[in-house]
Design a protein around this ligand. Structure first.
Ligand code: GDP
Ligand code: MG
Length: 765
């Protein structure tokens, strides 16, 4: 509860003071310290302000101010009424009554600086670690216990700055401003310190409590860099700790600094003080002139640093503009801003945004210089990177290497995967036989053998191949290759109205469309993002693999099998290109904004990370097996076993047979029979179910031609992705409209293309 909820005469204990630095500092100086008893003495006639008694003093606070203070009736009982928005689980909202002190720490930093690695080390959580900018697209929460605190860690998406360019930047900013974490843990890639400190300067503007982790310190040392960490730390007024989250080095010191900052007061020592980065006088004048208007508004002052607001306004920040639009002085503020912008332009020749950025980089360079920063020459981390990049992103070699890697990926997946697949297949067959022999005939036996073992078995055999495919994708992500792939594909992607960054989600789509749709968040341009997620379902995900392998294996001679398989993937890709072009031309309008594509240094992926990532995916697959697919298999079996007169004498007389017959006219242009129609219907839940349904319905006796088989595969490739993907599209695009659109156009396209394949094929063959 908030202090403002306290009734006259009641007493409570202070839990936390929210609001931004300046306000909090003042309030804390007034004695509003965590754990202090506070009493509401009396309130003014309009309930505002209210007089409180704290530490023997009487102070009066306005209602707005009191709202920024969290209190609780019980001492040391932590009440966090402001849990993280989207990611909170009900457990987080339960009040912690154990008497343990709680502390919220948000991890902020550039992409690839090691936030997730830190998070994993501290919390032991299994989060995906990837060497691709933007693998973390959502905030993750974890806990760790340290120094008597239960520290809630929030792994925020990586950002280069806190301007409002991308959804991530906005999201991180919103978390910092609206949910004010107790301490911000700024993770810095120390081997890239100058650029990383830019974000730090923005945190300084915001006046937050910050502790810096100088991560990748191992690489800095390897290169022989010189840096006086203590000096830098005192120059920036925040504690800095060298860390390496390859090994976990520095974690304890980092956490104790976090607690220290939390418990001590600002200005307490040189490592914890607030100051302003000085800009040139024309910028400073502009900031001051704007601030004059902002300072008059108390509500604003409590929530934001007015200096930060003024700087942001000078940077032409739209969000801040929207916040200030509510103010009565808005016109004057904008006038002050425009004057300042004009002067800055006259005196520096730059627009204000550039001028402010220059000043910040000037500050960073100065600080680094003073801290004796010298880049070492012992081992250039980037030497290898530069050499590799010269080859991998080469105009001539880039594409062949890329396609060779993709080829190796699929080749290894299918050939190597064949062995464990055969073993599992044999195992499933053996279990089926064993059950057949031991159990008495009847519906139960039929359900277990034909429904469960037949259905789930038909799908589970593909687990090894899926694991191999994911191992490759993880390797490409973690090593940094994926970012290069995006880089070399950028031009092609642009032709489709997409962005180079769209390429990673598209490749991930070969694994599973659902995380791939979520990964589109890294694409800054909304237009490119939308198009990416709409064409994504045509990337043939691994769930479609079982069907391909099953049908191709049965209908095509060994020597053609690979080609048929490749042709399916190719059809998917070609279709996505066509659809993307159509969408970008006529449906989804908007301009293309250029965005930097990050090329992180190549890193040798750790076996642990690869294993973890692969296993997480495998687990999801198994879960699906035990859930949707098991239930669907049993339903399909039951619909095929029973009919209107009880146990159906044959499949044709069963419920499923009737349903199939009903649908048959719809698919005559494709030459599908009712059993194929049924399997398509069941595949709406998840595409693996198509395979298990065919397994249940046909056994091994297929009665259609290879041409029908191919038309069927094309249909499976293109039609309705699966419910989970559609829901993901709804969530990411923010509306059901696009989700419906995706569901309908894919199915329509599938119908047309597969009909064409069958009709043209019938003429030719
Ligand atoms: P995030 O994007 O900030 O979450 O960064 P990640 O935690 O995903 O890390 C990106 C890459 O850097 C991964 O390949 C990590 O294994 C690697 N990494 C993380 N911390 C360190 C470190 O201290 N030293 C080195 N050499 N590599 C690290
Ligand atoms: Mg991350």
């Amino acid at each position: 509860m908030h202090l403002s909820d306290l009734k006259t005469g009641e007493k409570a204990y202070i839990v936390k003071v929210k609001g931004h630095g300046g306000f909090r500092k003042r309030i804390i100086e007034m004695g509003f310290i965590k754990g202090q008893e506070i009493e509401a003495l009396l309130s003014a006639p309009l309930q505002d302000p209210v007089k409180y008694k704290v530490m023997g003093y009487e102070v009066s606070l306005r209602r707005q101010e009191a709202e920024q203070i969290e209190v609780s009736y019980e001492i040391l009982r932590s009440v966090d009424e402001n849990p993280m928005t989207s990611t909170s689980t009900p457990r987080d909202q339960q009040h912690n009554t154990t008497g343990i002190k709680e502390l919220t720490v948000a991890l902020v930093g550039n992409p690839n600086c090691g936030k997730t690695s830190l998070f994993n080390f501290a919390s032991g959580a299994h989060e995906h670690v990837g060497n691709y900018s933007g693998v973390t697209v959502d905030a993750k929460e974890g806990y760790t216990h340290f120094g008597g605190y239960r520290i809630r860690l929030i792994d925020l998406p990586g950002t280069y700055s806190l301007s409002a360019y991308s959804p991530e930047e906005l999201y991180v900013r919103k978390q910092l401003v609206d949910d004010t974490p107790d301490v911000v843990l700024n993770v810095i890639d120390a081997s890239n310190i100058e650029r990383n400190l830019y974000l730090t300067t923005q945190l300084m503007d915001m006046h937050l409590r910050v502790v810096c982790a100088l991560n990748m310190f191992d690489e800095l040392e390897l290169r022989g860099d010189k840096l006086n960490v203590d000096k830098l730390s005192s120059l920036l007024g925040m504690p800095m700790v060298p860390t390496s989250f390859k090994t976990g080095r520095g974690l304890e010191q980092l956490l104790s600094e976090v607690i220290h900052i939390f418990e001590s007061r600002e200005g307490h020592d040189e490592y914890y003080r607030h100051f302003h980065i000085k800009h040139d006088h024309e910028i400073e004048d502009g900031i001051n002139n704007i601030q004059k208007y902002l300072k008059g508004n108390d509500l604003l002052r409590m929530r934001y640093s007015t200096r930060w607001l003024a700087i942001k306004l000078l940077e032409m920040d739209k969000e801040v503009d929207a916040i200030l639009r509510e103010l009565p002085d808005y016109d004057k503020i904008i006038e002050a801003r425009d004057t300042a912008v004009r002067r800055i332009k006259e005196e520096t020749g730059d627009d204000s945004e550039t001028a402010i950025m220059d000043a910040k980089y000037g500050f960073i360079r100065g600080a680094l210089h003073e801290a004796g920063y010298v880049v070492g020459v012992k081992e250039d981390t980037y030497k290898t990177t530069h050499r590799l990049d010269a080859l991998i992103t080469n105009r001539w070699a880039g594409f062949p290497i890329f396609f060779a890697l993709l080829w190796v990926m699929f080749e290894v997946t299918f050939t190597l995967g064949q062995y464990p697949m055969d073993w599992i297949d044999a195992g499933v067959g053996w279990i089926g036989e064993w059950v057949s022999e031991t159990m008495d005939d009847g519906p139960l036996k039929a359900m277990i053998v034909d429904g469960i073992i037949g259905g789930v078995g038909a799908v589970i055999v593909f687990l090894p191949q899926i694991l191999i495919l994911y191992t490759f994708i993880s390797l490409m992500e973690d090593s940094g290759y994926m970012a290069r792939a995006a880089f070399i594909m950028d031009k092609l992607m642009h032709k489709m109205g997409l962005h180079g960054k769209s390429f990673i989600p598209l490749i991930m789509g070969f694994g599973c469309n659902v995380p791939a749709v979520m990964a589109t968040r890294t694409v800054e341009s909304r237009r490119a993002r939308l198009i990416t997620m709409l064409v994504l379902p045509m990337m043939s995900c691994s769930a479609r693999l079982p069907i391909y392998i099953m049908i191709i294996g049965a209908f095509f001679a060994q020597k053609y099998q690979s080609w048929v398989m490749v042709s399916l993937y190719a059809v998917g890709i070609v279709m996505s290109v066509i659809v993307a072009r159509i969408l970008s031309r006529w449906v989804i309008k908007g301009e293309d904004v250029p965005f930097v594509m990050e090329l992180p240094p190549y890193r040798f992926p750790t076996a642990k990370a690869i294993f973890r990532h692969t296993w997480e995916k495998g687990k999801q697959y198994l879960k699906k097996m035990g859930g949707v697919i098991l239930v669907a298999s049993i339903i399909v079996w039951a619909l095929g076993y029973f009919g209107t007169m009880g146990v159906a004498p044959s499949l044709e007389d069963s419920f499923i047979g009737m349903l199939g017959k009903l649908m048959e006219p719809l698919f005559t242009p494709q030459g599908f029979d009712w059993r194929l129609d049924i399997s398509l219907l069941t595949g709406v839940g998840a595409k693996e179910i198509v395979a298990s349904t065919i397994g249940v319905l046909y056994g091994d006796a297929y009665n259609f031609t290879p041409l029908v088989a191919y038309a069927f595969l094309i249909f499976v490739l293109l039609y309705f992705p699966c419910i989970a993907t559609i829901v993901a599209i709804k969530n990411e695009s923010g509306s059901w409209r696009w989700a419906w659109f995706a569901a309908l156009y894919t199915t329509g396209l599938a119908w047309v293309v597969s009909a064409l394949v069958y009709q043209v094929g019938s003429l030719l063959l």
